[in-house]
Design a protein around this ligand. Structure first.
Ligand SMILES: Cc1cc2nc3c(=O)[nH]c(=O)nc-3n(C[C@H](O)[C@H](O)[C@H](O)COP(=O)(O)O)c2cc1C
Length: 319
């Protein structure tokens, strides 16, 4: 039986986990209730438990929880194991829970490693994607290569470049079992992006792939321009050497810094400061992050013109 069928998910549309609380129970439950698969992305055991319980109160359908491996602590997996699906990203794929496990990958090699580690499926993320970008290959090209390198019964999902029904169709025709979309769902009524973050995305025409917001996670990510990118990236997407060195040196400490310290740093973050956390601006977070933090978005942002209810987005994407 196919993966989505086992999960009783009727539409081949998956809402990507968007971390730091951008996708919580409201969005995940709305997507699942509309027939897709919704994903909660919050850090910490208590937050995962709370969000999952809140989603369960809104829908009886399958719900996924996303865990970023560089940040995860052992007890997060206990909480995430209670979801129907665990989606992991970034790091060495390894089974940690008894539920359905999907690992998001940026290369054929990584998809092979996920398969070898016993993953139930892999999400192939193309370079067009928003948020942190694992690989350098366009989505459909990556899918084609992975499809021929992996057993035909190993489910592959495709992320990056998905914002319309035609994109989903193309992904399915190329051998994906489902299409995964982040940016389109970030611009939904139920996402927790700060209103001004959404407004910037609606106006955006271009994205930048950079490592600017690398404090605690020095890795490539795709964002739309704001005051911080204009200050630091005037000459191109390359990060100034001193910022890069600070990010590399401070990475382990910043990644596992106590929440209170992260809060202090986020609140103090300024566009011209060198210490730039990867935290996105949420509607209950710090408004300074709209100019001083990452406005994550994929290349599809140029094609998205309005904020819509998540259920309408699922319907509009479903072939
Ligand atoms: C705002 C935002 C936050 C993201 N955060 C995460 C995350 O926490 N974990 C994760 O696995 N992927 C994350 N991603 C990447 C998505 O899983 C997915 O690969 C991406 O959204 C696909 O590209 P699209 O945004 O153009 O649809 C994020 C993407 C966006 C846009």
């Amino acid at each position: 039986m196919r993966l989505l069928e086992r999960l009783a998910v009727g539409s081949p549309v998956v809402q990507a986990g968007m971390g730091g609380g951008l996708s919580r129970h409201e969005l995940a439950a709305a997507v699942s209730e509309a027939g897709g698969l919704g994903t909660i992305a919050v850090g910490g055991r208590d937050a995962i438990e709370r969000e999952l319980a809140a989603a369960r109160a809104l829908t009886e359908r399958s719900i996924a929880v996303n865990v970023l491996l560089p940040f995860a602590r052992a007890d997060w997996f206990g909480a995430a194991g209670a979801a129907d699906v665990l989606v992991t990203f970034w790091g060495t794929p390894r089974r940690r829970t008894g539920n359905t496990w999907i690992h998001q990958c940026g290369s054929v090699g990584e998809a092979r490693a996920a398969h070898a580690a016993g993953a139930d499926a892999a999400i192939l993320q193309g370079v067009e994607a928003g948020g942190h970008v694992r690989g350098a290959t366009p989505a459909l090209e990556l899918l084609e290569r992975a499809r021929s390198a992996l057993p035909p019964d190993f489910p592959l999902l495709l992320a990056g470049g998905i914002a319309a029904r035609g994109d989903v169709k193309r992904a399915l025709e190329a051998g994906a079992e489902a299409a995964v979309s982040g940016t389109r769902f970030l611009l939904s009524d139920e996402s927790r992006a700060h209103p001004e973050y959404r407004r910037r995305l609606l106006d955006a025409e271009e994205t930048i792939l950079t490592e600017l917001f690398g404090l605690g996670w020095p890795a490539p990510h795709r964002v739309v321009p704001n005051a911080a990118t204009r200050h630091w990236l005037a000459d191109g997407p390359g990060v100034p050497p001193l910022n890069r060195t600070l990010n590399a040196l401070l990475a382990p400490g910043a990644r596992h810094a106590p929440a209170a310290l992260q809060t202090l740093l986020a609140r103090a973050q300024r566009p011209d400061g060198r210490l730039l956390l990867p935290l996105g601006a949420t509607d209950d977070g710090f408004a300074n992050l709209v100019e001083a933090g990452p406005l994550y978005a994929g290349q599809t942002v140029a094609r998205i013109g309005e904020v819509r209810p998540a259920a309408e987005i699922v319907a509009a994407l479903t072939p």
